[in-house]
Write a protein that binds this ligand. Structure first.
Ligand code: FE
Ligand code: FE
Length: 334
């Protein structure tokens, strides 16, 4: 039996302490499906990233502050955020079930199997965090579905239908890779980055859950980019089709009313943040800007700006024109 480095050690990009931030990692790292195979996932993710954090997504020493278990705007903002994200991850998991049978080779099949488990786990840790905030465990799934019904119907369903049309109906694997990486995760990743930055000074447990999922997203985004880049190099004739899917997906995302849902919870966060100003102090949400000085719109706009930067860096890496997302879409130049 041969011993490869990832038999016994955690790769740095999956190491809890050494992994880069989501934006930096997604823009600078290069990983392919051969790097992130099933053995990598078992050793570097299950036994690496998730060591001591497999059950709740956070270390047992990272707690939830009492004020997040009591009614108030901050708790309400977190319940909405993690409830909606939990549901989005559940839908992502179910969508990924369609990728596994149409994966062209074993590396792609293994990678999408691990991504499916990752997203199922994200759904689980976001959802179960709400029990740590005091929501009843017995009716949790029903309560989230009820709370997020409008969001599901108006924001998630159109994206879900679009993706199903590509992966389930047309069985187009590479088209599905494009829509998942550029549209679905390309938009959700900056929201995840914002979440990690927002909650870290307020709740160690919440910050760790977001951090752990962000480490996984680095892998999802970079491997998908490599799959697309290699596919386009080997099949230049598929370029127009991939571009068309990215354009249609970006246009669709531009049409769904996600902003009103995000701004609503950011407004609740704003009220709660000022009530807990002493816990936040001079904490900077991004370099040079104190979180206490930001507004809901500024935080939303920053996530949009990150979305554009990430999309452009990945399009460039794949050799696709940067205007693929313009006109307007998640990558539209601000
Ligand atoms: Fe996820
Ligand atoms: Fe993901």
């Amino acid at each position: 039996m041969t011993t490869t480095p990832h038999d016994t050690t955690t790769s740095p990009e999956a190491d809890w302490d050494a992994a880069p931030g989501l934006l930096e990692g997604a823009m600078k790292l290069t990983l392919g499906p051969e790097d992130c195979d099933l053995a990598y996932w078992i050793t570097s993710v299950a036994q690496g990233t998730l060591r001591d954090r497999g059950v709740t997504g956070h270390h047992r020493d990272a707690g939830v502050p009492g004020f997040l278990r009591a009614p108030g705007p901050l708790r309400e903002a977190l319940v909405l955020e993690f409830g909606f994200r939990g549901l989005s991850e559940e839908i992502a998991t179910r969508l990924l079930g369609h990728y596994v049978p149409i994966a062209p080779g074993v590396p792609e099949m293994e990678f999408y199997s691990t991504q499916l488990i990752d997203e199922a786990r994200h759904a689980r840790v976001f959802r179960n965090h709400l029990v740590e905030l005091g929501m009843p465990a017995a009716t949790l799934v029903e309560d989230i579905h009820e709370m997020a019904a409008d969001y599901r119907r108006r924001v998630l369903q159109p994206v879900e239908d679009f993706t199903l049309g590509i992966v389930r109906d047309q069985k187009d694997f590479i088209g599905g890779v494009a829509v998942f990486a550029i549209v679905i995760e390309g938009v959700l990743a900056p929201a995840a980055e914002l979440s990690e930055r927002k909650w870290t000074p307020l709740s160690p447990a919440t910050g760790e859950i977001s951090r752990g999922t962000a480490i996984d997203e680095i892998r999802h985004l970079t491997v998908a980019s490599t799959l697309l880049k290699d596919h386009l190099a080997a099949h230049p004739e598929s370029r127009d089709r991939v571009l068309e899917i990215i354009r249609d997906g970006a246009r669709l995302w531009d049409e769904v009313p996600d902003r009103e849902f995000v701004i609503h919870r950011e407004e609740l966060f704003q009220v709660g943040m000022s009530q807990h100003a002493e816990a936040i102090g001079d904490y900077e949400i991004w370099p040079g800007v104190r979180m206490l000085d930001t507004t809901p719109e500024q935080r939303y706009d920053m996530a949009e700006q990150w979305t554009g930067e990430m999309a452009r860096s990945r399009l460039e890496y794949m050799g696709l024109p940067l205007d693929a997302l313009d006109g307007p879409g998640p990558g539209a130049t601000a």
